[in-house]
Design a protein around this ligand. Sequence first.
Ligand code: GLY
Length: 403
Amino acid sequence: MKIKYFVAFLLLNLPAINVFSQTDVVKNFLFAEKQTRLMLKEVDSVKADPGSSVLVSPRTLNADGKFVMVPSKDWCSGFFPGELWFLYEYTKDKTWMELAKKFTANIEVEKTNGITHDMGFKLYNSVGNGYRLTKDAHYKEVIIEGAKTLSTRFNPVVGSIKSWDNRKQWKFPVIIDNMLNLELLFEATRLTGDSTYYKIAVAHANTAMKNHFRADYSSYHVIDYDPETGKVLHKQTHQGYADESAWARGQAWGLYGYTMCYRETHNKAYLQQAENIAKFIFSNPNLPADLIPYWDYNDPAIPNVPRDVSAAAVAASALYELSTYSKNAKDYHSKADKIIKTLSTHYQVQAGGSKGFLLLHSTGHKPAGSEIDAPIIYADYYYLEALLRKQRLYKGQPVININ
Ligand code: GLY
């Protein structure tokens, strides 16, 4: 082809390059089904060892490629059951539902575990999705019990839910990730008519909006409060490069969290906050052209540092939802398309490999030397959620079918 025709061809097709078609959704769900069947075999082989009785859900592959499973108390235990619910939601195949029920049953015990803030990650992604798709009254009770337990971690003087216990360096640490746990509280108010949970969620979101964010709408990871006075003691970024840096997944948790809070409250301040976070992320000079961030936007060794695919997957899912509320709809939708297209094209594991995970190149906790450049279950969960949301948008439906 002559150069001038080739250039004309490229220009004509440019708008289509980042479009994620319905066929792409179908293709990638087929891939996810196959990989998940493989993962189930890995689970079975771990469970064949009698010493593995407390291990319930896959989490990652370690540096030696070993399949790592975790007990229900681990913050990542709910993601795999959640993925099984997503596969059921997409395929309507009852086999996936039965598997989702089986793996969800392992997590229910967490409803009375009050020593962690991760109730939403564990219980909402498993039991919450189960209730959304089945309306099983038992799941409803578990959600309510879990929300009651999570509420015991709320301190009205601080106006927040405490994230971590027993850490010597902090008195009342609250991490930006905790925004995701609020979804469970909103659901509990919907199910009971008791506004206590809703009010706690709103107070937490408002306190985080006040103290977690910098002038450019990037966020700190940890704010430590005095539990007696509510005063801010420290602002830190424990899982990032430095206290003043922007840890990539933290920015994505904020984007997802405030988008969800807007869905639940219709408070325009939350919508604005989500839009401001999106602006920080997508105008950041250190965001690569493919929109998959490095693990921290301020690591001075960029570009020779790992990416965090999980941050991109969380952001893509959030952006699809945000696109349905915001005047910047087209921009957010096309950015989400570009992310899931890139993830599907360049960051997927080889079909039949990586013990059933879907995506490579996430970074869990770099300063601790843990889960660096690895497949991690939460990246896969939010990737599947984003694919589902894209499918629902194709059908002209809201991104999530809560009622
Ligand atoms: N919620 C813990 C993390 O994002 O690593």
